[in-house]
Design a protein around this ligand. Structure first.
Ligand SMILES: Nc1nc2c(ncn2[C@@H]2O[C@H](COP(=O)(O)OP(=O)(O)O)[C@@H](O)[C@H]2O)c(=O)[nH]1
Ligand SMILES: [Mg+2]
Length: 267
């Protein structure tokens, strides 16, 4: 088995394995939608951090869809500069589809989901270590040791949303929406079951991962997004409520015959 490596101390010189041509062991999937202001800075900074701290060969897959600005053009330019950067484009804007497609395209043993406005290289380092023992590692903004530096309305909505997931969806965790890492082979069948397209995809994925018995672990993260949110408070609340209804529907609809039998037996 390939030795999991990391270089948290941050050597200045990229190791051979991060150079061009090596088969990636870590795939970073980054959805991007109308990110012309931030994409270049975010991806360039990420590449610098990965070069300095990650010994495993990696790829970064920018998954753009539906952008009406220069996001796609910038993504292509970045990929011309660094062969580890790949660009995936789909015509219609959909967060869930972008992630589903990005995971399907990933070649690494480990897949990490990062955002244009937030990623964390220390999380990546720790998470790939934990993926020796777990299938799913989720960065939590609310567990002990975490720091959520987003504005209070966002913190409040996130906490309320996670509470509803715990109370009504059997979610066993403290945060469903955030950066994550997976063992690719373990998560692929779970992704294939997911039906939602919007931001509910995150919740659906973690709930289904737990229901399928994948080994699941949370790690505390410090979150400070690099740009103000693009939605108003009321739009966000409306989105969250719609997401919860969508989730209710898809998780009910697609309960497997075995799940249904077990449910009936418990009644
Ligand atoms: N491909 C794609 N990416 C998206 C879409 N919506 C959001 N994203 C990306 O998902 C990440 C988080 O989005 P953001 O707008 O910051 O969501 P928020 O933090 O919930 O306000 C960023 O990398 C976005 O570019 C979408 O429809 N398609
Ligand atoms: Mg954001």
């Amino acid at each position: 088995m390939h030795q999991r490596t990391g270089n948290a101390g941050g050597s200045d010189v990229p190791s051979d394995s991060t150079r061009e041509g090596a088969e990636p062991l870590v795939s970073i999937v980054m959805p991007a939608y109308n990110e012309e202001d931030l994409l270049e800075r975010s991806v360039s900074a990420l590449m610098q951090r990965l070069d300095a701290t990650l010994d495993d060969p990696f790829e970064v897959i920018i998954c753009e869809n539906g952008s009406t600005d220069r996001t796609l053009e910038i993504a292509h330019r970045l990929s011309e500069q660094r062969p580890q950067i790949r660009v995936e484009h789909l015509p219609r804007s959909s967060y869930g589809q972008a992630l589903r497609h990005g995971i399907a395209q990933a070649q690494g043993r480990d897949v990490v989901l990062f955002y244009v406005d937030f990623w964390n290289a220390s999380f990546l380092q720790k998470a790939i270590g934990y993926l020796t023992y777990y299938d799913v590692v989720v960065g939590s903004k609310t567990m002990r040791g975490a720091r959520d530096r987003r504005p209070w309305p966002r913190r409040l909505i996130s906490r309320g949303f996670n509470l509803v997931l715990r109370m009504f969806f059997g979610f066993q965790g403290t945060d469903a929406h955030g950066i994550k890492a997976f063992n690719r082979q373990s998560i692929e069948p779970v992704v294939a079951q997911c039906l939602t397209d919007g931001e509910a995809f995150d919740s659906e994925l973690v709930i289904r991962a737990q229901r399928s018995g994948l080994r699941y672990r949370e790690l505390p993260v410090e979150v400070r997004e690099w740009r103000p949110t693009r939605y108003s408070m009321s739009a966000r609340i409306a989105h969250s409520i719609t997401d919860l209804f969508t989730l209710r529907m898809v998780l009910r609809q697609s309960a497997s015959p075995t799940e249904e039998l077990l449910k009936e037996e418990r009644m």
